[in-house]
Design a binder for this molecule. Structure first.
Ligand SMILES: N[C@@H](CCC(=O)N[C@@H](CS)C(=O)NCC(=O)O)C(=O)O
Length: 205
């Protein structure tokens, strides 16, 4: 039985829960992190010495790092989402690493200010810097999606999961943004997937 540790208010947990739902495998989940605590208990640190969420348990296998968990779940339980062809697979992999290393740091500042910082302590300059970092990345995505239905090509794949979670977080911020029709069209096609229910339709917190 799959078990996921982590609170749904975490973008990285949302990726993993969505991927688990895509597989159709039954799973259980324990809220952990921030107000839920748990992550600094000896039992949890034994599973994940980073004291972070998410963590996946699949019988004897214990995995941390959200995008690695997404890869594992797709490779093992939803192979249609894990490109078998090496060229296609690494094309997909590239977008997953890009989300983690480039898109996420760019958008994090605005998210933390809008959602996790009381209004009287909000730093608008941090938001402006984050918006300036995100805009060219979103334009890059829009251009790619003007040529491809999904990030990895014609079909939905594991690559779409981390980036769509990032877009969910960005589009959920209470701020104006320029129109990016291809990105918005792709995101609309993601939102109709039944596996995103309870993951991308919950408010940011
Ligand atoms: N690279 C890690 C990052 C994990 C991470 O930063 N998790 C955050 C939540 S998004 C966390 O555990 N924060 C502490 C907490 O929730 O207590 C991954 O992708 O899994």
């Amino acid at each position: 039985m799959l078990h996921i540790w982590g609170r749904l208010s975490s973008i990285n947990v949302r990726k993993v829960v969505w991927a688990a739902r895509e597989t159709g495998m039954p799973f259980t989940r324990t809220d952990a992190g921030l107000a839920f605590g748990v992550v600094k208990t000896p039992e949890y640190l034994h599973l994940n010495p980073n004291a972070q969420v998410p963590t996946l348990q699949d019988d004897e296998l214990v995995l941390w790092e959200s995008n690695v968990i997404v890869r594992y779940l797709c490779a093992r339980y939803a192979p249609a989402l894990y490109p078998q062809d090496l060229v296609q697979r690494f094309d997909a992999e590239r977008w997953m690493d890009w989300q983690q290393t480039t898109l996420n740091p760019a958008g994090g500042g605005a998210f933390l200010q809008w959602i996790r910082t009381p209004e009287d302590r909000r730093d608008l300059s941090v938001i402006a810097k984050s918006v300036a970092a995100m805009e060219p990345l979103l334009t890059l995505l829009d251009q790619h999606l003007s040529q491809h239905a999904y990030l990895g090509g014609a079909e939905f794949s594991m690559a779409d999961i981390p980036v769509a979670c990032e877009i969910h977080r960005w589009f959920g911020l209470p701020q104006a943004r320029p129109s990016l029709p291809h990105l918005e069209g792709w995101y609309a096609s993601i939102l109709v997937r039944s596996a995103v229910r309870g993951v991308l339709d919950i408010p940011l917190s």
